[in-house]
Design a protein. Structure first.
Length: 67
């Protein structure tokens, strides 16, 4: 099933992260969010994390908006 962004009506990119970061979701949710943002900022600059539902992270392409 494809996830569609409700703002842009475009498909979201679905990606994954390692177990080390997923374990933070229950133990330290704010650190989990920061780790996920940092992880994707390095690998997918200009993409915004919009949802995290194990085992997937959903990202929206914001590169055109940054111009």
């Amino acid at each position: 099933m494809n996830q569609i962004d409700s703002i842009t009506d475009q498909p979201l990119l679905r990606s994954m992260i390692g177990d080390r970061i997923w374990r933070l979701m229950d133990s330290d949710p704010s650190l989990f969010k920061q780790e996920v943002r940092d992880y994707f900022a390095r690998g997918y600059p200009g993409w915004l994390v919009v949802r995290a539902k194990y085992p997937h992270i959903y990202l929206r392409d914001n590169r055109r908006r940054d111009v």
